[in-house]
Design a protein around this ligand. Structure first.
Ligand code: HAM
Length: 410
């Protein structure tokens, strides 16, 4: 029986694992210098946690959640995103007493989307969230953190930052009505999928990648016409500071994000190298979300990045060289070999234990693996309690005690 991976899932191995670890290390580095604390939450949560906050009419809730009934009839969902679980966890564990709270997390998310290049049903995200401040410095800090992280990870790639403001709650509700009316008037010209969103979620039509919808979107009402003075000022200040800090960006009035909880600043970092699944990092402000989840009425802002998409853009990484190849020329010296390997490994020396027990085959193996040294164990070595250290580059060798080998190699 040959069992295939589930559609939309994938395994990480070889280069992908090296790249995944590189991303993890870089994230640990940035979380330390920006003072974010790591949080690890369960992979499944009560379905309730996601339904309302992400939007009952959002694609994620309508079509993409992996929801199932547990044996005792509890409705559970594999987390489709990390912002709501992180806030749920901060509320459950009383982490919101001292604000702002800066949290980050890495892990798998699940969405039952149509799989394609860069889009999976299980994928990994990096998330950074700042809870408890209205200050636009938090928005800017997070945008710059993402910018620095991407520049560091993918120095050779051109990545574009797009920003927009969704204004406050009144902005969005007035905009939604006006947009709905406009799309109703142009219903016949829209694609079937967009027509189905006119009443439930007209803002999502602005996201459509279909050329006929794009044409109609060009003349749609603009969200900026509905900003309050405060929202206008916030957005303008953010732009000024980003410019002052030499962060390149473009304003995209149609950038509305896929989840319902956003307000004010929203942003996305995109690449031209991945086809249609081009967003590497997306995020924004979600000022009413913590209250909606039963916590205090505090604002929040954050972003998430897709690890699979980042990995697809990374150059290959040279694996760590397995530097020392342990060659035991006859199986009867195995025990001595195991002891030598153990002594060296306890001194943090990387040993490749060759199970061939054949000098010629093991030397050829060592060459193939690019080993720098070989330690050879034969009859004489065992008798005299020594080992032969062979420099494979210089092709010279010498019998030594283990203590001297450790000294030479450390
Ligand atoms: P999102 O835009 O849904 O936002 O996802 C963030 C990133 O996750 C995307 O830009 C993309 O790189 C990656 N991603 C999403 N879906 C998939 C998929 N099916 N396959 C591969 N990668 C994917 C959020 O999830 C928000 N929680 C972000 C946020 C944090 N907003 C505020 N704080």
């Amino acid at each position: 029986m040959k069992i295939k991976p589930v559609r939309g899932t994938h395994d990480f191995f070889g280069q992908q694992v090296l790249k995944y670890r590189t991303i993890q290390d870089l994230i640990s580095h940035y979380s330390a210098i920006y003072n974010f604390e790591e949080i690890i939450t369960p992979i499944f949560e009560s379905t309730e946690l996601f339904k309302k906050p992400l939007g009952e009419n959002s694609d994620v809730v309508l079509k993409e959640m992996y929801t199932f009934k547990d044996k005792n009839e509890d409705l559970l969902t594999l987390r489709p995103e990390y912002t709501t679980p992180m806030i749920r966890s901060a509320i459950s564990n009383n982490l919101l007493e001292k604000l702002p709270k800066k949290l980050y997390g890495i892990g798998p998310m699940f969405r039952r989307e149509r799989p394609q290049k860069g889009r999976y049903r299980q994928f990994n995200q990096i998330n950074f969230e700042i809870l408890g401040t209205h200050d636009i410095s938090a928005d800017i800090d997070l945008i710059i953190l993402a910018n620095n992280f991407l520049k560091n990870l993918l120095p050779q790639k051109k990545i574009n930052l797009f920003i927009n403001s969704l204004g406050d709650k009144n902005t969005l509700s007035n905009f939604r009505v006006s947009l709905g009316n406009y799309f109703k008037q142009n219903k016949e010209k829209l694609t079937e999928e967009s027509q189905s969103k006119i009443v439930s979620n007209p803002i999502r039509i602005l996201d459509s990648k279909d050329p006929t919808d794009i044409e109609i979107n060009l003349n749609a009402p603009k969200i900026s016409d509905f900003y309050s003075n405060e929202a206008k000022e916030k957005f303008s200040n953010i732009q000024t500071i980003l410019k002052d800090m030499s962060v390149d960006f473009s304003i995209d009035m149609n950038l509305v994000r896929g989840l319902d909880y956003y307000c004010h600043t929203v942003f996305e970092f995109k690449t031209l190298d991945l086809g249609s699944q081009d967003t590497l990092i997306g995020g924004g402000r979600y000022d009413g979300l913590t209250k909606l989840l039963g916590g205090p009425d505090i604002p929040g802002v954050g972003w998430a990045g897709g690890i699979e998409r980042l990995i697809m853009l990374m150059d290959d990484i040279k694996p760590l060289q397995k530097t020392i190849h342990l060659i035991i020329i006859n199986e009867s010296f195995k025990e001595y070999g195991l002891k030598v390997a153990n002594q060296l490994r306890q001194k943090n020396i990387n040993i490749h234990f060759d199970y061939k027990y054949n000098l010629k085959k093991s030397l050829s193996n060592a060459n193939q693996l690019g080993a720098r040294y070989a330690i050879i164990i034969g009859e004489e070595e065992v008798k005299k309690n020594l080992c032969t250290l062979k420099d494979l580059n210089k092709n010279v060798q010498e019998k030594k005690t283990i203590e001297n080998i450790i000294k030479d190699l450390s």
